[in-house]
Design a binder for this molecule. Sequence first.
Ligand SMILES: Nc1ncnc2c1ncn2[C@@H]1O[C@H](COP(=O)(O)OP(=O)(O)OP(=O)(O)O)[C@@H](O)[C@H]1O
Ligand SMILES: [Mg+2]
Length: 234
Amino acid sequence: MSQMICREVSLGYDGATVASHVSFTVEKGDYLCIVGENGSGKSTLMKTLLRLRQPLEGEIVLGDGIRQSDIGYLPQQSETQKDFPASVMEVVLSGCVGRSDFGFFAKRKNRITAHDNMARLGICSLASRSYSELSGGQQQRTLLARALCATEKILLLDEPVAGLDPHATEELYETIARLNRESGVTILMITHDLGAVMRYANRVLHMSATPTFYSSVEEYRTSMAFPLREGGVS
Ligand SMILES: Nc1ncnc2c1ncn2[C@@H]1O[C@H](COP(=O)(O)OP(=O)(O)OP(=O)(O)O)[C@@H](O)[C@H]1O
Ligand SMILES: [Mg+2]
């Protein structure tokens, strides 16, 4: 059974529709890239999947034992507080909120989880550094480790490499791909980077005013929605 089914969903604010007829399914282990021009509703879709907003129409159904709390989120960078006054350890640990942190053993378990995820992201040496003093790439790794403390099942990543240099971009993409491949974490990633879509994704959702296009990467490459194809829309 699918982990997530999005059926004929319309998205918007105060009755103004941003995107309509959005339909797709997410299976365990999928790497779904969400593409489309600025303002096409990609971030709004993620917020709707997180139930931070209600769809104007249609429905989003979770299956395969997935609960709302199994969905982790890395927001678009402009929406995160870059001057957050906390250490890296504290930021990562805050991802364990929702798990019990009462008592010595629960606290210790949460610290181990935080440490394990920092190790996965290669940021153990930054544990006591102030989050606000980190580079963009280090901040993104910290936020990804935080999201992994909350869940190992589904991660929603809103332009995770925006603002990173080519080397940091490559490293973060490889880390995300490893989480997907080796740990079976389902990835939904918004990106403007078609190279990454072709390299990592198995499914693509192209948001646009013309009907939203959902397909496998192979179908997307040969479709009219593919921006690099002659006659394709951007
Ligand atoms: N809180 C809000 N209230 C009203 N309208 C909003 C709000 N947030 C976004 N919008 C509008 O909804 C539309 C879609 O915005 P959204 O942020 O989802 O686009 P996006 O596809 O993520 O764009 P980008 O690639 O620039 O991040 C835009 O026209 C935007 O102005
Ligand atoms: Mg956005």
